[in-house]
Design a binder for this molecule. Structure first.
Ligand code: AGP
Length: 364
């Protein structure tokens, strides 16, 4: 592909910086202030059908799977429907029980990932209802699905996904709000989420203004041979995605773990040479996350926190703007895209075309 680089040295950098506009696009024309909900015309799901859903199962690969993990949490929190995400590549090989009251959601930037497409086809063969959350209009998965949401991130050229990840999480917030408002989510909470969504583009722009600070941190971390990413509940998928981004483009080994699981094993790894990135949202788990940072400090580990206020237990904090608790995961990974980018740049990597990877994996 040859889209204009718009003064950026890489597509990744350009696409990271396009996120405020991209989020604006996924929201445009969809918010209904009168009923504190959103219109998703392509869902093909009426209110009666929406109320009958007993479970939501989200399927995707790689970054799209991580966006789906965030989406599942949003659906549980806002619509109170049990939801979870699973790699499509695993799902399709385990002869899963296909349940008529479950809504299946296939997530894909390209809409061409073979493992996701095959899972959708298998589900449809068994009579399931499948929605797509897809970026590329008219792609195979979009065509195969019974309906869905286009994420409108615009063309993503860099092999690693950034703006599409962010837009996909916003699309899931819209789906969660929509399902919530056909069920028990109050008008008041609907309004609160809508206000939060409207704040996102300006908050993303704010994160971009702090790029130089993140770049300085990246120069310190470029020396690490391995890094640990931790978060709990809302922070965990953010940690996973940040870890994937770092390994894809810098080739530094990175591992993501729920902070709550540290003491069940990975604490043994902690030493000064293994830096930890901790996702620390200012929500009801703040104290728990602080305790995890304390455990790491007690073992001489270095910590970089991504948080809503400076963390005294961390060596460094990247401060991100606070949104509604449910929407925080949309923003918290964005500075870590910049961290991965500047780390890879410092190491001289081929950022837009990392070794061994393809933009869309259309084979088994
Ligand atoms: C993202 O940075 C990766 N290159 C990869 O994990 C990707 O998200 C995955 O292959 C799924 O692609 P899709 O969203 O186009 O289906």
């Amino acid at each position: 592909a040859s889209y204009d680089m718009g003064g950026h040295d890489t597509y990744m950098h350009k696409e990271i910086h396009e996120q405020a506009d991209a989020v604006d696009r996924v929201l445009r024309g969809r918010i209904d202030d009168r009923f504190s909900t959103v219109h998703l015309g392509g869902l093909n799901l009426d209110a009666r059908e929406a109320r009958r859903i007993r479970r939501v199962k989200i399927l995707g690969c790689g970054t799209s799977y991580h966006a789906g993990m965030i989406g599942a949490q949003m659906i549980e929190q806002l619509a109170r429907i049990p939801a979870d995400a699973e790699p499509a590549s695993e799902f399709r090989y385990r002869n899963a029980v296909v349940d008529p009251d479950t809504l299946y959601v296939a997530v894909s930037q390209s809409g061409e990932t073979y493992d996701v497409l095959a899972a959708v086809q298998e589900l449809k063969r068994k009579g399931a209802r499948v929605l797509g959350v897809v970026n590329v209009v008219g792609s195979a998965i979009a065509r195969e699905a019974d309906g869905g949401i286009y994420v409108h991130a615009g063309p993503e050229v860099c092999v690693v996904s950034t703006k599409c990840f962010t837009n996909t999480t916003v699309a899931f917030a819209l789906l969660a709000l929509h399902l919530g408002r056909t069920r028990d989510l109050s008008v008041r909470d609907g309004k609160r989420i809508i206000e939060g969504l409207r704040k996102l583009p300006a908050q993303i722009a704010e994160i971009m203004e702090r790029e130089d600070d993140v770049k300085k941190l990246a120069l310190q971390f470029a020396e690490a041979r391995s890094m640990l990413f931790i978060g709990r509940v809302r922070g965990y998928p953010v940690a996973r995605e940040a870890s994937l981004k770092l390994k894809e483009i810098s080739y530094i080994h990175a591992e993501a773990y729920p902070a709550s699981e540290l003491k069940h094993g990975p604490l043994a790894l902690i030493e000064p040479a293994l830096p930890t990135v901790a996702i620390v949202p200012d929500d009801d788990l703040l104290e728990k996350n602080r305790a995890a940072m304390e455990e790491i400090k007690a073992r001489s580990g270095r910590i970089l926190a991504v948080a809503h206020q400076p963390q005294e237990k961390a060596d460094e904090t990247i401060v991100v703007p606070k949104n509604e608790d449910e929407l925080d995961p949309i923003l918290m990974g964005i500075p870590l895209q910049l961290l991965a980018y500047h780390t890879a740049l410092a190491l001289g990597r081929d950022i837009d075309k990392p070794r061994n990877l393809a933009k869309s994996v259309t084979v088994e």
